[in-house]
Ligand binder design. Structure first.
Ligand SMILES: [Zn+2]
Ligand SMILES: [Zn+2]
Length: 267
């Protein structure tokens, strides 16, 4: 029984939909959820050039105050029916730790529950958004040598994100830790990367961080599994890591996606 969706996007997402906050909230109540967190993509760090063609990976910095205000508004409006948290999905970008820490020091006091995610990988000196498109993933394969090298680079970067000093407002949950599998049916890996994943889970556990148990991969045609997969989710759960379901919905109709494929988590 899922009681919380800890990963929801909003109309403030430049690559999302215009669905209103109240539409997401109504859907959450309808689905029987008790708690949700809005985790819009934080503005990308100052000085970082968004490599995707539309340059729409993060929220417009000019919208941030309005976003925080609007979430506070629905939080109060629906407080009898649903516990709503204010969050952001903050990018960890190698080389932009200081900018990210400065941002979190400024806005962290307004945040209840946030996610730290890796979408951008640095390969041969250039940043590529790993999950943007099959072509972007292919570009990473060309730069690193193989699909397996892309996975290794991804896990390595997520491990860095766990270790990174992002200050006292660093998000307590790590986003979709197997996002590098988004195009796995198109560009299969030879290795399961078990050792790297085990190491990643160990550092997450050691820092007492939570895992985003993300349903979005289940509806991606080349992925068709949750992030992380059932086997990894089960290993994490056995280690005592808390997993928090996240629909990663960018439309109200995307809420609860993948929730039927979660393994049973005993409290
Ligand atoms: Zn998004
Ligand atoms: Zn994400």
């Amino acid at each position: 029984m899922i009681v919380k969706d800890g990963h929801i996007h909003t109309p403030y997402c430049p690559h999302g939909s215009g669905d209103s906050l109240t539409l997401y909230v109504e859907k959450a109540i309808e689905a029987g959820l008790k708690e949700i967190t809005f985790t819009e993509h934080a503005p990308l760090p100052q000085g970082f050039h968004d490599p995707v063609p539309e340059q729409d990976s993060g929220m417009n910095p000019a919208d941030l105050e309005n976003y925080l205000r609007d979430v506070e508004k629905v939080k109060h409006q629906y407080k009898k029916d649903l516990r709503i948290h204010t969050g952001l999905e903050v990018d960890y970008i190698e080389g932009f730790e200081k900018e990210t820490r400065d941002f979190l020091n400024q806005y962290g006091p307004h945040l209840d529950d946030s996610i730290l995610s890796v979408h951008f990988l640095k390969a041969s000196g250039q940043y590529i958004c790993l999950d943007y498109s099959p072509e972007a993933f292919k570009a990473l394969i060309d730069l690193t040598g193989s699909a397996d090298a892309v996975h290794s680079l991804y896990y390595d970067t997520v491990i860095r994100s766990v270790h990174a000093d992002l200050g006292s407002y660093k998000p307590a949950r790590i986003g979709h830790i197997t996002l590098s599998r988004k195009f796995q049916r198109l560009y299969p890996a030879l290795s399961s990367h078990e050792t790297e994943i085990k190491k990643l889970l160990e550092v997450i556990k050691a820092r007492d961080l939570e895992l985003d148990y993300n349903g979005a991969g289940t509806v991606k045609p080349y992925c068709q599994e949750t992030y992380p997969s059932p086997a990894i989710a089960s290993a994490a759960h056995q280690m005592g890591i808390r997993l928090v379901y996240g629909s990663d919905a960018h439309t109200a109709s995307g809420m609860m996606q993948g929730s039927d494929q979660l393994i049973a988590l005993k409290p």
